[in-house]
Design a protein around this ligand. Structure first.
Ligand code: AMP
Length: 190
């Protein structure tokens, strides 16, 4: 199986590049942000809890997030070619749990694709997305909180994966197709 984590700050292009990776490699997509947004839209209890964190730009607590991921992995087709994890893990405990959950399914992480984009560009992209899609957490106050949370809680994962030799650094600036070409090259060199 090809199991990839797509890692990067909010606005780094994880959703866009996930779609291209799925098309090329036939992987199953798990986007924890999308799972949560669907729960909010459907007005579920989980959605209400999630909204109280997402609207402030905070992370959903690890225990809850790990339960959600466990459920998502359970619904994987048996003949799956692998998974692209988009937006998970976002903390060290989530990364450790992901390794355990994959091991329970007799598989492992193949690599981590790190999309690196300068901060001003991240902010500009999220503001544009907010205008185009109406995504509620793409407003300037929440964006700045999400970036702070990213630096404090998620960025340390880069070193975690570099130490394991699984981090593939990708320049996330430029047009979508050339970024995807760099990703494909990194995946195929693995
Ligand atoms: P995303 O669509 O990946 O940008 O996620 C949107 C929001 O959902 C984040 O700002 C968090 O509030 C929440 N979220 C998504 N994935 C996670 C995660 N792995 N851990 C904690 N919170 C998450």
């Amino acid at each position: 199986m090809l199991n990839l984590v797509l890692f990067g700050a909010p606005g780094s292009g994880k959703g866009t590049q996930s779609e291209k990776i799925i098309d090329r490699y036939g992987l199953h997509h798990i986007s924890t942000g999308e799972v949560l947004r669907k729960q909010i839209k459907d007005g579920t209890e989980l959605g209400k809890i999630a909204d109280s964190y997402i609207s402030k730009g905070h992370l959903i607590p690890d225990d809850l997030m790990i339960d959600i991921l466990r459920q998502e992995l359970k619904s994987l087709p048996k003949d799956s070619k692998g998974v692209i994890f988009d937006g998970f893990p976002r903390t060290i405990p989530q990364a450790i749990e992901l390794e355990k959950l994959l091991a329970e399914q007799a598989t492992e992480l193949s690599g981590v694709i790190g999309l690196e984009v300068p901060e001003e560009e991240l902010v500009a992209r999220m503001i544009k997305r907010g205008k185009e899609t109406g995504r509620a957490d793409d407003n300037i106050d929440t964006i700045l909180n999400r970036l702070k949370v990213y630096h404090d809680q998620t960025e340390p994962l880069k070193e975690h994966y570099q130490d394991k030799g699984s981090y593939m650094q990708i320049d996330g600036l430029g047009d979508v197709d050339s970024i995807f070409a760099s990703i494909a090259k990194a995946i195929e060199a693995k």
